[in-house]
Write a protein that binds this ligand. Sequence first.
Ligand SMILES: N[C@@H](CCC(=O)N[C@@H](CS)C(=O)NCC(=O)O)C(=O)O
Length: 205
Amino acid sequence: MLNRQQPFRLIASIRSPFARRIRVVLSRLQIPVEEQMIEVFSPPHDFAINNPLGLVPALYHPDWGWVSDSGALLEMLEEEWGGVWPASNHRRDVRQASVWAVGVMQSTVLYFQETALHEFPNERWTQDHLASVQDTLRALNTISPEIFYFQSKWTQAAWDCVIALDYCTFRIPEWKWEEELLQLAKMYGQFQDDPLFQRTRPVAI
Ligand SMILES: N[C@@H](CCC(=O)N[C@@H](CS)C(=O)NCC(=O)O)C(=O)O
């Protein structure tokens, strides 16, 4: 049994959408946490030696040790606390929508790396990553609203979706997705005044 009085330590970065998922879920479930924002190229020593992939988020608790990967973390938090996924017959669909939203985050990272960081961007890769972002968001735009809003609350799928949309807006500003994806644009609009959404937005340097 986990000592719940002892806060988690969350290693995150201000632009990571994956870390943002965990910042949001810990806040939603009112789980005590001390956030530590790092620069992934100069990580703290204990993070570096315990997380060989070097990726954020990573969460530390004396009773758990280190755990990384936002998907694995959601599963462990669900086991320990519950409340990540709705306890209903929508559960599988909500998880599937979350997986799609995380795929959008991943493809957006790859698109950004190819176009902005690689010395010689490859046109074929660029097109493939962009198509993956666009096709998946188009699919998310058509799913039933109850996957996103259930028993008067936004679901994890809704949060993952708006985090993915925010990251896509941040990294692929040239694609005006909100002109095409009207259902998603409406939901995204409803998050704009949410303090948790605002507090965790990616910031340019
Ligand atoms: N599957 C992982 C992906 C984590 C990931 O890719 N994190 C990125 C931040 S967006 C990272 O730490 N990258 C290290 C870097 O940019 O050097 C998860 O869901 O947590």
